[in-house]
Ligand binder design. Structure first.
Ligand code: NAD
Ligand code: UFG
Length: 338
């Protein structure tokens, strides 16, 4: 079992991956600048895994710190989650996004090259497919991002492909996540959106908790069965398992690989509302609002490549996603208002 550096390791997906990878025997070291997470996550992670996980507070753009961390910690492979992810903000502040996501990835590659660590799993996104030309989306679908966030992912993917072409010793998996939701079963770690949530699940959960009066459903005139947008929601613990599977795969294979991590099943906004009402036992009032700019009608994965190459498929249901999101919300609310 190798020693892993997890950049963005105290973030939403990184923290869940840290749990899964620690539990199966990897030694993990977390590296994060805490720009969108906090040390509390670390404490809760330590509680879940039952030991202290090493943590380095640092920025991925700090190449020197990365080099010293990789060598001092004896790292064999890196999982690169660190980055910014808000589509709207990326349109307003493109330089910030290219700086964190692209420059940050270049800095990481420079550091890895300097210490000859050549195994990397990169957090990519289904956003690289742009407006779907057909569904389900397989990895051969044309790539076309429509905003700076998406382009930052696309540029990094292409850069990584060039790195492998130049040096066949590299092993790189670009995992294209669909819509990660849910939380660890303990309710100790989960997604903590800053301010008003952009994404559906955290918004619904806050409505169910009475923290917001209703949900705006962005459009009910799409060509889905009930007219609302359809997405491939994937439980964050399934996603975390996918990273363990990707590392096993890279152990046996070299080259550059783009692989979807999704369930293959799409749910509409109204279906998610219904599932959350069932899981929470609360009403989720909603109003139909205008379509949100940049939204596509439907987006879901063809997960066949992940099944064939990684021997991985998503196992958890939409009910599991809603239940665990609710448990995380309740547990955290209890902690702030005892
Ligand atoms: P997150 O914001 O919860 O986690 C990202 C972590 O990276 C945070 O802890 C943040 O503090 C850290 N970070 C940001 N910039 C950094 C920098 N320059 N140096 C060091 N640390 C830095 O986000 P997440 O949802 O866990 O996403 C993880 C990755 O997955 C991101 O790259 C994101 O683009 C990608 N992704 C996320 C989704 C999603 O819906 N959550 C979908 C597709 C892809
Ligand atoms: N939605 C609502 N009301 C809300 C929020 C969302 O109706 O308040 C709808 C959206 O219109 C969409 C669905 O719920 O139909 C899912 O929306 P999310 O914002 O949760 O997710 P997206 O699919 O729009 O975006 C996600 C990631 C992006 C990524 C994109 C493409 O958040 O980072 O997938 O992969 F770029």
């Amino acid at each position: 079992m190798g020693r892993l550096l997890i950049t963005g390791g105290t973030g939403y997906i990184g923290s869940h991956a840290a749990v899964v990878l620690s539990k199966i025997g990897h030694d993990v070291v977390l590296y994060d600048n805490l720009s969108n997470s906090s040390r509390c996550v670390l404490e809760n992670l330590n509680l879940i895994v039952g030991r202290q996980i090493p943590f380095v507070k640092g920025d991925v753009r700090d190449t020197e710190l990365l080099i010293s961390t990789l060598s001092a910690q004896g790292i064999d492979a890196v999982i690169h989650f660190a980055g910014l992810k808000a589509v709207g903000e990326s349109v307003e502040q493109p330089v910030k996004y290219y700086g964190n996501n692209v420059q940050g990835s270049i800095s990481l590659l420079q550091a890895m090259q300097a210490v000859q660590v050549k195994t990397l799993v990169f957090s990519s996104s289904a956003t690289v497919y742009g407006e779907p030309q057909y569904l389900p989306l397989d990895e051969r679908h044309p790539i076309r991002a429509t905003n700076p966030y998406g382009r930052s992912k696309l540029y990094v993917e292409q850069m990584l492909s060039d790195v492998v072409s130049a040096d066949a010793a590299w092993r790189i998996a670009c995992l294209r996540y669909f819509n990660p939701v849910g939380a660890h079963e303990s309710g100790l770690i989960g997604e903590r959106p800053n301010g008003v949530p952009n994404n559906l699940m955290p918004y619904i959960i806050q409505v169910a908790a009475g923290q917001r009066p209703y949900l705006n459903v962005f459009g009910n005139d799409y060509s889905s069965t009930d007219g609302t947008g359809v997405r491939d929601y994937i439980h964050v613990m399934d996603l975390a398992d996918g990273h363990a599977a990707a590392l096993d795969f890279l152990d046996k294979t070299s080259g550059w690989h783009a692989i979807n991590l999704g369930t293959g099943k799409g749910y509409s906004v109204l279906e998610v509302i219904k599932a959350c009402e069932k899981a929470t036992g609360r009403k989720v009032p909603y109003k139909i609002a205008a379509r949100r700019a940049g939204d596509v009608a439907a987006c879901y994965a063809d997960p066949a490549k992940a099944s064939e190459r990684l021997n991985w498929t998503a196992k958890r249901s939409l009910d599991d996603m809603c239940h665990s999101s609710w448990r995380f919300q309740q547990k955290n609310r209890l902690r702030v208002t005892p």
